[in-house]
Design a protein around this ligand. Sequence first.
Ligand code: ADP
Length: 447
Amino acid sequence: MFNKILIANRGEIALRVLRACKELGIKTVAVHSTADADAMHVRLADESVCIGPPPARDSYLNIPQLVAACEITGAEAVHPGYGFLSENARFAEILEAHGVTFIGPSSEHIHIMGDKIEAKRTAARLGIPVVPGSEGGVANEHEALRIAKDIGFPVLIKAAAGGGGRGMKVARSEADLAEAFATARAEARAAFGDDSVYIEKYLGRPRHIEVQVMGDGKGKAIHLGERDCSLQRRHQKVWEEANSPALNAAEREKIGGIVARACANLGYAGAGTVEFLYEDGEFYFIEMNTRLQVEHPVTEAITGIDLVNEQIRVASGAGLSVEQDDIEFNGHAIECRINAENPATFAPSPGRITYFHPPGGLGVRVDSGVYQGYSIPPYYDSLIGKLIVHGRNRVECMMRLRRCLDEFVVDGIQTTIPLFRRLIDNQDIANGQYDIHWLERFLAENP
Ligand code: ADP
């Protein structure tokens, strides 16, 4: 096992990783920008290193500074968290070249899954169901039309280098196609410097369902069930749950088995998430994230497995602590992402937290790096914490969540807690009946 791990992140996830290290008896190194000198993960770490000024490109994305921090402190491994350098294949390679272990999959797997065309091709080859569409990139409008007619309208033109929903255009009919194709290419060129695009069948009212996997990197992989992350605003997840209200145990076993076998065959190491759109009982692969996800705690809540602990074990060569047959899904869990934002306009609301009282009690987990008196800096994303609630079933989980939302007090800034108080009283949410467009529709109709 490692003696010392450097945590290349900030906020709640830096604290999350630090907790797993402490429980394993591993020393921790926090890194921080000058804006984060007062952060909780910096206070709780055994050592800390300031790696630069507030802009992320000068600090949390600054590879030479991070490598230097490893050398100064003698850290043997780096946990990248999510975001920042967590899916940067070059970072993983550079660390390995310096004799430091990257806690994550191989740089090759990061690289494959970072290119959407290559990822889709690999998924299909491994037996994962994909959205019908072009085989690889589409060179011109003429070819686009032929493929679109073949799969049937509406179709979606997507950027190979896409991310955050950019470079995507829907063509409803033949008349829309030329413009959608040209716009998607132009957007992709502007946003990513790469105008390769591909075409997929456009699904009208899917759910977002993702499968959590863990591979040991030696040909063994297990799945830990799914998460339903259909409640999104601008492609950002807002509320996540496990299990999905839309799946039964047989469907879970089936898709979980497909994903686990695929990752085993790939020789995948560590935590990964295979994301699907789900419509009319069918799964369609959209992408694989080769890192820990924000919403991983709902999976931990229903399985009792510490995913960060497993990531560290795999990276150290100790292997997974569990087999597929050890995994049981108990009860139901929901996560609400609490952002420092106006709950109606979603405008960022940085500033000083004058009073902070998180909820507690049975089945309640709050993952947050903030505290009373803490000032949220304006430089980073607005996630200030996650409320994760577990119950023996979905009804109990929802009742507990309502109680927790009433109890949660954050003064001095605005947060999205009031939005969740509205959602918990909604009938569709109570019934678990929502697709990926539900939340935006709700917000438009109930400003
Ligand atoms: P990105 O990397 O930009 O997030 P994704 O491939 O994950 O790109 O797609 C982002 C979102 O776009 C999905 O979460 C879904 O809402 C929508 N989407 C992607 N592909 C399709 C499709 N074939 N049909 C309908 N919606 C889609």
